[in-house]
Design a protein around this ligand. Structure first.
Ligand code: ADP
Ligand code: ADP
Length: 229
């Protein structure tokens, strides 16, 4: 059974007289353990779709289900609980707390989780086992993003949603961050959705979905990637 099931999703932003149709009817099933990449031009609706899946935004029309929970129509409290229990987010900017070490930045969230990973394990999984006591300012952009990934996976979410995690990084550093996400996906089985413009991503994904003008216009399953578990 899918982790996410979306049907007929539409999103209209209204600003006074102006209407922006960000999504124009998206149907999507995401399966457990899948690593899915969203590609498409700026403004095609990628962030809007990711935010709706993550319960950060509500669609104007259509329905989204997470396993057997209908997210559409859920109140803010239910959505907050959904995000806290099931979703890890990674964004373009790392949002680390400058006065805390890598370990402490991760520990902040594990304190709230039911069945957390130790911060040391989370940092080890992203290749930062030797940076536990470093502060953000002592780390490169790629390392800081990997701390943010460690923070996102430490509560063992079923789903990891990543909105341009490589957007602030040069392309080779970006590739390393994407490889980290691929490794986490393979080792933990975390269902992962990534928006990126990094050209290296195609070969890593189980599925690449191309968005244009608020619709999924093409779907590609790259060869050679091991199947989702
Ligand atoms: P990207 O192409 O990286 O998604 P955008 O500039 O389209 O970047 O959007 C970044 C964020 O800014 C979006 O997640 C959205 O919340 C907000 N945003 C985008 N366009 C508008 C807009 N026209 N008015 C208000 N907020 C917007
Ligand atoms: P992408 O992530 O593919 O760049 P977005 O989902 O950010 O696309 O945006 C899709 C469309 O919706 C764009 O035209 C964008 O300007 C608009 N948009 C996104 N967020 C907002 C917002 N908060 N208010 C108004 N318009 C928005």
């Amino acid at each position: 059974a899918p982790v996410f099931r979306a049907r007929g999703l539409t999103k209209v932003y209204r600003m006074g007289e102006v209407e922006v149709h960000a999504l124009r009817g998206v149907d999507l099933d995401l399966f457990p353990g899948e690593f899915v990449v969203l590609l498409g031009p700026s403004g095609s609706g990628k962030s809007t779709l990711l935010n709706i899946l993550g319960g950060l935004d509500a669609p104007t029309g259509g329905e989204v289900w997470y396993v057997d929970h209908c997210l559409t129509g859920a109140d803010d409290r239910a959505l907050t609980q959904f995000r806290r229990e099931h979703v890890g987010f990674v964004f373009q900017f790392y949002n680390l707390i400058p006065s805390l070490t890598a370990r402490e930045n991760v520990a902040i969230v594990t304190d709230l989780a039911e069945r957390p990973m130790r911060p040391e394990e989370a940092l080890d999984r992203v290749g930062l086992g030797d940076r536990l006591d470093h502060f953000p300012a002592q780390m490169s952009g790629g390392e800081q993003q990997r701390v943010a990934i460690a923070r996102a996976i430490a509560k063992r979410p079923a789903v990891l949603l990543c909105d341009e995690p490589t957007g602030a990084l040069d392309s080779s550093t970006g590739i390393r961050v994407l490889e980290t996400l691929e490794q986490v996906n393979a080792e933990l089985g975390t269902t992962t959705v990534v928006i990126t413009h990094n050209a290296g991503i195609g070969a890593m994904a189980h599925r690449v979905l191309y968005l244009a003008d608020g619709r999924i216009v093409r779907e590609v399953r790259p060869p050679r990637r091991t199947p989702a578990r």
